[in-house]
Design a protein. Structure first.
Length: 282
């Protein structure tokens, strides 16, 4: 501010609100310049975006109807992928409450985007300037959404089994545990003539050095915790959410709840020393 060329343009009064807390999130989608909306062809056929949540593990899913125009959509391929998704959902206990009609063949008719919660460093704020005033509202969670394609893994495993003629020996089984040491390859040796047998005494001793065991055990604990978290997520039931587009009245009403209508002056009770100590790495 000491620079004479650094002109002060305006001063904005700040209004702080928590009216929508903790329901204000940052949701990042793989979109460039368009909002999250259903394609026009899907809207004309009566389809809408749906959503669901697992509140305990903070997992969200948004289901966007696919653009099913013949020039951009392969109907026959959707039947194969739809059957794979149904099997994948059944395996992960993620079946949707909306059942298929009796005798109806499953189809891949939507794009699922699943969230990954991103830890927040500090306090995130939503800021909106309206009528010359800056309105701030705290953000409780940040999520990044990506398309889920796990049904392709299910389809790949199914095709491999079909090519192998459903031979159980062709199944490679689960992937090896990265925490366990790699198995030593077995080298076939030539058979030697049997000689005179000798008596050998073996004594088992408890290892005094526990350093290696602690590292191995610690890795195993981390792996067990990861598996428990995965099982807890799969066991939790989905809860349906109502998705409102940005053009709906419900969305507009929620947006109005961000603004503070009170003129009460807030008093800052944190001094500059406490503020600076809270900054990590300073």
């Amino acid at each position: 501010m000491d620079d004479p060329e650094d002109e002060l343009i305006s001063v904005l009064p700040i209004h702080y609100s928590t009216g929508q807390f903790p329901n204000i999130h940052i949701h990042q989608f793989p979109l460039l310049t368009r909002p999250l909306q259903a394609p026009p062809s899907a809207i004309l056929s009566g389809k809408r975006i749906t959503a669901r949540i697992k509140p305990h593990v903070h997992r969200l899913e948004v289901h966007v109807p696919a653009d099913t125009r013949p020039e951009v959509w392969n109907v026959e391929r959707t039947k194969e992928l739809g059957a794979a998704r149904v099997e994948d959902d059944r395996e992960k206990n993620q079946e949707s409450k909306s059942k298929e009609r009796e005798g109806e063949e499953p189809r891949l008719s939507e794009i699922r985007m699943q969230s990954e919660e991103i830890p927040q460093k500090g306090t995130y704020m939503l800021g909106v300037v309206r009528d010359g005033q800056l309105h701030l509202h705290p953000i409780s969670q940040t999520h990044q959404f990506r398309p889920t394609l796990t049904y392709l893994d299910m389809l790949s495993r199914k095709n491999k089994k079909n090519r192998a003629g459903n031979d159980s020996d062709s199944d490679d089984g689960p992937p090896p545990d990265p925490d366990e040491p790699a198995p030593i390859p077995v080298v076939k040796k030539e058979r030697k003539p049997v000689g005179e047998s000798r008596e050998v005494q073996v004594t088992a001793r408890k290892m005094e050095d526990k350093g290696g065991g602690q590292v191995q055990g610690g890795l195993s604990v981390v792996r067990r915790e990861m598996l428990q978290a995965i099982r807890a997520e799969e066991d939790e039931e989905w809860e349906d959410l109502q998705f409102y587009d940005v053009t709906t009245n419900e969305s507009a009403d929620s947006f109005e709840g961000v603004f503070c209508a009170s003129d009460e002056v807030l008093e800052c009770k944190t001094d500059i020393t406490t503020f600076l100590k809270e900054i990590k790495g300073l």
